[in-house]
Design a binder for this molecule. Structure first.
Ligand code: AHR
Length: 497
């Protein structure tokens, strides 16, 4: 039965059919992956505060951040960059901390890093979070030898000089790192290369990247900027065989306003970019599939998320690229994560940029020295997608061409159907009317993140301004009805027969 008050305020109805009988593919937990770069206060001061910090920490890792991230679950974590990766020399981050060299971070403000967060600290963080480590190697200013040695240092169980060095540095067990990026954005900050030049380097590097101790490396090649066909074709043509495990595509959704000062027009413009992201994934997948063995290459959306105008005063106070996340950002996250479900058969991994304090982050701290650590609206949007992990995405068919443009995705597990709706409009509430094919619903519950103010956000003074709340949903047999307010992300969990 429809609960009292439900559907009362709706102005438009959008109808969908969820085809529980039409499977797309598995929603890999890796679609909810993350990225931590040595940039601003993401690593230093965000995730890592050091063992002697007055900020509560677990062996140097910011305690509150670890707790929030553990609660969400981090399937995979990419590190150390970004642009930083192609100027990072792994030897600078191992051994006694006081002996580690101090290096200038040339990409992100020229500040000096003391190397105290290196390979061992990264692996320690991954283990705390239960995340699969993904290390981006240095092609731009590095060599095949350097990357080859890093992999042996990490993965060789014992016996070789490099393995024994790791053991001497405190890690008896190998790190078993599977995912290795062969450079990052080598069309830009990673060496400003042409695709043919990069492909030749990829060929050379890949010869020296080997399996140690039973950990077969999964190599990720630097892929296109957005939907750049020329890069992907240039790379694949020159490669001429020997395909990588994955291809890393980066697609940011830029915005001309400060995060908390978006105009209605710019809100619409930014959210409309997601249509192009969807096209990009489909087209890049098709390009890869056109090559011999191209179907074996996993398409990775390695960096994605909104990138708004960043106020200089915020950067000075909190760190480079420190950016607030608003209700608009949460809607953007919902649009992206819905696309990944719908294109589950085309993707291998997706990593939002970045995990703490940088761009569309999940957590914010009040600067590197600040004790506060809060969950952003984007964090809460990710929580709404957690039930989809490892389930099988199924098709959803819109039944009318309503101008509202609600985004939907669904996945099914054993006796369960999960549906996520995103209303990107700031000026239209919607009534959802959904019919389920191939399954009968017994009961439903819904959680929603919504706020009619697209600039609303969680702050250090008011950390719970935008949080999840339960939401009324009506289900009768194969029909589901629910109000979907303007600017909202809602997940319905249906128990099915
Ligand atoms: O995420 C910030 C930067 O954006 C990364 O370092 C780079 O890969 C991209 O251009």
């Amino acid at each position: 039965m429809i609960p009292t008050g439900l559907l009362a305020a709706s102005s438009t109805t959008q109808r969908f059919v969820v085809r529980a009988d039409a499977e797309i593919g598995v929603v890999r937990p890796e679609f909810h992956g993350h990225f931590a770069e040595h940039l601003g206060s993401c690593v230093y001061g965000g995730l890592w505060v050091g063992k002697r910090s007055p900020i509560p920490n677990i062996e140097g890792y910011r305690k509150q951040a670890v707790e929030y991230l553990r609660e969400l679950g981090v399937p995979v974590l990419r590190w150390p960059g970004g642009c930083y990766a192609d100027d990072y020399h792994w030897r600078d981050g191992i051994g006694p901390v006081e002996q580690r060299p101090k290096r200038v971070n040339i990409h992100w403000g020229g500040y000096i890093e003391d190397g105290s967060f290196g390979t061992h600290e990264f692996i320690g963080l991954c283990r705390l979070l239960g995340a699969d480590p993904y290390v981006a190697g240095n092609v731009g200013s590095g060599s095949p030898l350097e990357l080859r040695d890093w992999i042996e240092y990490c993965n060789m169980p014992s016996g070789s000089t490099l393995a024994e060095e790791r053991i001497k540095n405190g890690a008896t067990e190998p790190f078993r790192v599977r995912y290795w990026g062969v450079g990052n954005e080598n069309w830009g900050c990673g060496g400003w290369m042409r695709p043919e030049v990069y492909a030749n380097l990829y060929r050379q590097f890949s010869v020296y990247i080997r399996e140690y101790g039973g950990t077969a490396p999964y190599l990720v090649a630097s892929g296109p900027n957005g939907n750049d066909h020329k890069w992907t074709r240039g790379f694949m043509d020159t490669l001429d065989g020997g395909v990588p495990g994955g291809l890393s595509m980066h697609y940011y959704e830029g915005g001309p306003d400060r995060a908390t000062e978006f105009s209605a027009d710019h809100l619409g413009q930014q959210l409309s970019i997601f249509k192009r992201v969807e096209e990009a994934i489909t087209e890049q997948r098709a390009i890869l599939d056109g090559y011999r063995d191209g179907h074996k290459v996993g398409l990775i959306l390695d960096e994605w998320g909104v990138w708004d105008k960043i106020p200089e005063e915020d950067e000075k106070r909190y760190g480079k690229l420190w950016m607030q996340s608003t209700m608009r950002s949460a809607v953007a996250a919902g649009l992206g994560l819905n696309i990944f479900n719908r294109l589950a058969d085309k993707l291998f991994m997706c990593n939002i940029a970045q995990i703490v304090n940088v761009l569309q982050s999940l957590l914010l701290t009040d600067g590197p020295e600040g004790k506060s650590c809060i969950r952003t609206t984007t964090y809460h949007a990710f929580v709404l997608f957690k039930p989809h992990r490892s389930k099988t995405a199924v098709r959803v068919e819109p039944q009318d061409s309503s101008p509202v443009g609600v985004s939907v995705s669904a996945s099914k597990g054993e006796n369960e159907l999960i549906i996520t709706f995103v209303n990107p409009r700031h000026d239209a509430d919607v009534e959802i009317d959904c019919t389920i094919h191939g399954s009968t619903a017994r009961e439903a519950k819904a959680l929603i993140l919504d706020d009619p103010d697209w600039n609303a956000c969680n702050t250090f003074e008011n950390p719970n301004r935008v949080v999840l709340r339960s939401h009324a949903v009506a289900v009768e047999g194969s029909r589901l009805r629910m109000d979907l307010p303007r600017l909202s992300v809602a997940t319905v969990t249906l128990k099915t027969a």
